[in-house]
Write a protein that binds this ligand. Structure first.
Ligand code: NZQ
Ligand code: ZN
Length: 392
């Protein structure tokens, strides 16, 4: 196991009706004048926004609202939010929504404290040195942004999607009420489940030997999603299924399952190009990219893929031919994604094969120097070709 520091100071407030405590939590974490940031309307329709405002009122807090965050959140709304915070003297940002709302909130929080153009921190020209505090009321179990130090934003001009990391933007608190996720359409539940699994696999496929504890934690999260995602899709109001998925999403990405081991992240690097260019759901993009990436790299460590097949997807170990077991695991992963309603190839995703060179060129600029297997631009093209034509 490698040396590590583990820093995850977010206060997680989990359970039914806990959103009614958001006023007290904002106060506890130093806020008095709040920007409530939310998405395209689900939080209004569910009554969550009204509950949040009531809670802030009860705690004697003032607030301004900014809705309209789109999935694959745009820089343009971030700029608007930064200006609004400055004119209103905002000192705390409360994200009410999913990963897109949280990431937009984090960008605004950092942008208010940055003299230049906040896109600088997304394109690697600068690092976040300071940010307003952010709290979240999560409405979809997926991105793990509620406990992560990352934010991913899409530049509207050219639809370029880039991420940044900083402990300054890690949420001070996150309210996780599984009931809030019961209104999710099945497709979004499945996209979320895929993203959770992908966050674990990015960590599971490691070159660090002897990491039994984090291997087993990874497998626990994966097994939970394999069991609970179909249940939540079938019974959207099943609290226990929703609760297990919600906590799985958070621990899949606050790095508790990834410390002390090298990680990959190339599937995410490739996927961000797809969701940026086509404005599609991140989880759906991962469903197409990640099994293709697995098919392309599995020979790098056949036994690790065979381990996944046996421990996560219940395949029988073929000791005479471990490669067969490894391939069986990848097949079962893709079938599982298909069963929960995810696309498995470019056609189902709405992507175009002729865009592969552009996608690979953009990807190569960012990620090809890292990972379980280091990828060249040509490798990325080959992975995308496998993804384009994938079959069950
Ligand atoms: O906008 P509204 O009306 O709220 O609708 C949203 C949106 O259309 C809807 N939704 C959310 N909660 C709902 C609901 N509909 C009904 N009932 C509810 N309770 O779901 C749709 C998707 O929401 P979004 O926030 O985009 O989903 P998700 O949480 O999957 O976030 C995706 C974004 O997070 C980024 C992705 O790239 C993508 O941009 N990621 C962020 C990460 C991070 N910051 O650590 C890591 C991830 O790997 C990922 O890259
Ligand atoms: Zn993700």
């Amino acid at each position: 196991m490698d040396n590590f520091n583990y820093y995850s100071p977010t206060e997680f407030v989990f359970g039914k009706d806990r959103e009614n405590e958001c006023g007290e939590l904002v106060r506890k974490h130093g806020g008095s004048n709040v920007l409530i940031h939310y998405g395209g309307g689900s939080a209004i329709r569910s009554g969550l926004l009204a509950a949040v405002k009531n809670s802030l009122d009860r705690s004697g807090l003032t607030y301004t609202e900014l809705g309209g965050v789109q999935p694959n959140p745009r820089d343009t709304l971030v700029y608007k939010g930064i200006e609004l915070c400055k004119t209103e003297g905002i000192d705390f940002i409360l994200a009410v929504g999913g990963g897109s709302v949280i990431d937009s909130s984090k960008a605004i929080a950092a942008g208010v404290c940055y003299e230049g153009d906040i896109w600088d921190v997304y394109c690697g020209k600068a690092q976040i040195q300071k940010a307003l505090p952010v709290g979240t009321v999560l409405t979809i179990a997926a991105s793990g942004s509620e406990g992560s130090s990352s934010s991913v934003i899409t530049k509207e001009e050219g639809m370029i999607k880039r991420g940044t990391h900083s402990d300054h933007i890690r949420p001070r608190f996150s309210i996780l009420d599984p009931m809030l996720t019961c209104t999710l359409p099945a497709y979004q539940t499945a996209c979320g489940a895929t993203d959770i699994m992908a966050h674990v696999f990015e960590r599971y496929f490691t070159n660090t030997p002897e990491v039994e504890i984090t291997d087993r934690l990874c497998e626990a999260v994966l097994l939970t999603v394999v069991k609970e995602a179909p249940r939540a899709i079938k019974e959207p109001e099943n609290y226990d299924a929703r609760a297990n998925i919600m906590w799985a999403a958070t621990i899949a990405h606050n790095d508790i399952v990834g410390v002390g081991r090298s990680q990959d992240w190339n599937s995410h690097g490739i996927e961000h190009e797809l969701s940026g260019l086509y404005d599609i759901a991140h989880g759906a993009g991962l469903a197409v990219v990640m099994p293709a990436w697995m098919q392309y790299v599995y020979k790098h460590n056949i036994m690790r893929f065979a381990q996944m097949a046996v421990r996560v997807f219940g395949s029988e170990m073929n000791f005479a031919d471990p490669e067969q077991t490894a391939l069986e695991g990848i097949k079962r992963f893709r079938s599982f994604l298909h069963e929960i309603g995810m696309p498995i190839n470019f056609e189902e995703l709405g992507a175009k094969k002729e865009d592969i060179p552009v996608l690979a060129a953009n990807m190569a600029e960012k990620y090809t120097t890292r990972g379980f297997v280091k990828l060249t631009r040509e490798d990325v093209c080959k992975i995308l070709e496998i993804a384009a034509d994938a079959k069950l």
